[in-house]
Design a protein around this ligand. Structure first.
Ligand SMILES: C[S@@+](CC[C@H](N)C(=O)[O-])C[C@H]1O[C@@H](n2cnc3c(N)ncnc32)[C@H](O)[C@@H]1O
Length: 291
């Protein structure tokens, strides 16, 4: 069987006959759409046409590893719902996990200067709702340590990072990052909160790691399974995966697990306007729940 990179990505029209490249792997538009439908139903991911080749390529890779000879087999296995490992691999493969420390500093500055000082004293709960490999959660921990003082932050703050991908949750728990992921992080914070490892990568220090917990969670779960509500929720760079209905349902579900007067921080590129939600916009990427 040729290496997968040798197989040209094919974009099929609905009327296209099945194409069987040299590997024998067969894709029909109908089966590809079944996989897309499964993804939409499972986790709200709504693949646009411009991402189609990417998704198809990733699904082919998964099929190759799982020894599946066609998109039809993949669709059938997913729809049967009995192969958890395959389902998780597809959910992971379909998502874009790109993230880095200190992403979108304009929102982080509002968090440091407006949100943190306005929070009640005492126990604080923050949720990084699409945490990927944890860069966002640890960034939040660093900023809180800077603003509140490390001792106060350690004693009062717990940060939960969740993601649909178990691979990302493992990475977040490891807390080891290549230097390239720290390019936007102010050097003083890197020196204070990360340890340089022998191979040139960095590990988040133990104090910050102890403030952060990571769990797998599908943002489509209803109700969101929390016993205690959050003072601040970061939900950044994930809403654009979802169609409008799912975007709205997600931020409304987050509203229900946020403290009165609590905050939602999104990416500045993911405005909630026109979604008709209960959140009140404070400024770009910053929303607040009524008291
Ligand atoms: C681009 S990363 C964003 C990481 C971080 N929030 C940031 O802004 O840098 C998007 C993450 O959302 C996760 N994701 C996608 N759909 C999800 C869902 N339904 N539930 C939970 N996480 C999801 C993906 O696995 C991915 O790690």
């Amino acid at each position: 069987m040729p290496a997968l990179r040798d197989i040209a990505a094919v974009t099929l029209q609905p009327s296209s006959p099945p194409i069987a490249p040299a590997s024998g792997f067969v894709v029909t538009e109908r089966d590809f759409q079944r996989v897309c439908g499964w993804l939409r139903q499972q986790c709200g991911m709504d693949y646009r046409d411009n991402k189609r080749d990417l998704l198809e390529h990733r699904m082919r890779r998964i099929c190759e590893r799982a020894n599946l000879g066609s998109m039809q087999e993949l669709a059938e296995r997913l729809e049967q719902g009995s192969d958890t490992a395959l389902s998780l691999a597809v959910l992971h493969g379909a998502s874009t996990n790109h993230t880095y420390f200190y992403r979108e500093p304009q929102v982080l500055t509002v968090f440091a200067q407006t949100v943190l000082p306005a929070l009640p004293r005492g126990e604080l709960r923050i949720w990084s709702a699409a945490a990927s490999s944890g860069d966002e959660a640890y960034t939040v921990a660093m900023i809180a340590a800077e603003v509140l003082g490390l001792d106060v932050a350690r004693a009062s703050l717990s940060i939960l990072g969740t993601d649909i991908s178990p691979v990302m949750i493992d990475a977040a728990e490891q807390a080891i990052y290549p230097a390239s992921r720290l390019n936007s992080l102010p050097p003083a914070l890197r020196e204070r909160y990360l340890e340089r490892l022998g191979d040139g990568s960095y590990r988040v220090g133990g104090t910050l790691r102890a403030m952060c917990t990571f769990r797998r969670l599908n943002l489509k779960a209803r109700p969101l399974p929390f016993q205690r509500s959050f003072h601040v929720v970061f939900c950044r760079n994930v809403l654009y995966y979802f169609d409008r209905a799912q975007q709205r349902a997600t931020v409304e579900a987050i509203y229900d697990v946020t403290e009165p007067g609590g905050w939602l921080l999104t990416s500045v590129t993911e405005p909630l306007r026109d979604l008709d939600t209960r959140w009140v916009q404070v400024q770009g990427g910053v929303y607040r729940k009524a008291q």
